[in-house]
Design a protein around this ligand. Sequence first.
Ligand code: HEC
Ligand code: HEC
Length: 349
Amino acid sequence: MALKYRWTIALIFFAAAGTLLVNACKKTGGSEYRTHPVSFVVPDGFPDPVYRFEGNPLTEEGFALGRKLFYDGRLSKDNNFPCASCHQQFAAFSTFDHQLSHGFNNQFTKRNAPGLFNMAWLKEMHWDGGINHIEVQPLAPITAPNEMAEDIGNIIAKLEQDKTYRDMFRQAFGDENITSQRMLLALTQFVASLVSADSKYDRMKKGRAVFNESEKEGYRIFQARCASCHTEPLFTDLSFRNTGLELDGYLMDYGRMGITNNPADSLKFKVPSLRNVALTAPYGHDGRFTGLSQAIGHYSGGIAPSATLDPSLAGGIPLTDVEIFYLREFLFTLTDSSFIRNERFAAPD
Ligand code: HEC
Ligand code: HEC
């Protein structure tokens, strides 16, 4: 099932690539429409992004369309579950307070919705890395029966009836044709533009803010014990690791192994970025930790032994309560208030 699904996604991706070529010709052939290019700014000290908007030039018009789609319930079967229902801006685009996110028919997914920011730097998405291209990612939630439960054809039919959409597709892509490829490209323009790099930590790095003693101490402990996986500046090394979380017997989620079928990947999950982590509770791929202290405390007290446990965690990471306190103080400096208040990323009027 999973495999079949991935093939479908791959096919749609190739179809999308085909359309892109056609679009490019249209654009050079005659100037039927004019878009306003936006430059994607890579924050100081960040590596080169993985997604470079190749074949999907970032424009004001494409971004605006993507933003509208992201906030539009019509992308879901009962019109109630837009992307933004699970990805809320005030929670750095994670789901506030939900252990497992829930969608159509009040069904729960088996995973906690991660925050959405700095997505352009991910080569693999989702906790198990099951999605390897940002442009096809939206197909997963749109078609999942427990998320948006919708069919692309139905969505297109709904959008075609709306003159605002016809206008916006024309402004972004040159004509009123509403296609799944264009929808995906526009959504990508919005999601990939969600860059978060203006936390106190970032300002400290630039000499524009000063850490207090607790934050300094937390940073020191963090660099020594956590940064091997939660590597700066993205606060993830983008790898998949087993951190010794006991298998939930109900969810039976083996993580990365479900994608690769390789037993060596059993119980491995993507190292999440810790940027904005104070806003994205609860924690862990299944949201099992309600608070930050619990999530951090796990490393010192709760590691479950298994064949694929990360070797660096074999003896756990011993931490005193005071050290956990300092670590929390440091992690709070990763909150980017200007990101969650940025009007550009908020629901359109
Ligand atoms: C029902 C809740 C729900 C809805 C609706 C939803 N998502 Fe998500 N999203 C999730 C969950 C849960 C995950 C993690 C999935 C996993 O790991 O298997 C996720 C993961 C993602 C990721 C990858 C993040 C990462 O760090 O790997 C992106 C990007 C994303 N969603 C974008 C979207 C977009 C775009 C839409 C609308 C088309 C959308 N989501 C709709 C719950 C939702
Ligand atoms: C061996 C790699 C590794 C090390 C070392 C490590 N982490 Fe993690 N961390 C992970 C992975 C992988 C996850 C996701 C685990 C899961 O849900 O299955 C994670 C999850 C977290 C989370 C939950 C984040 C969220 O959004 O759900 C926090 C908080 C966290 N780590 C903090 C720390 C701190 C603090 C340290 C140092 C004391 C640390 N980590 C050391 C790999 C690591």
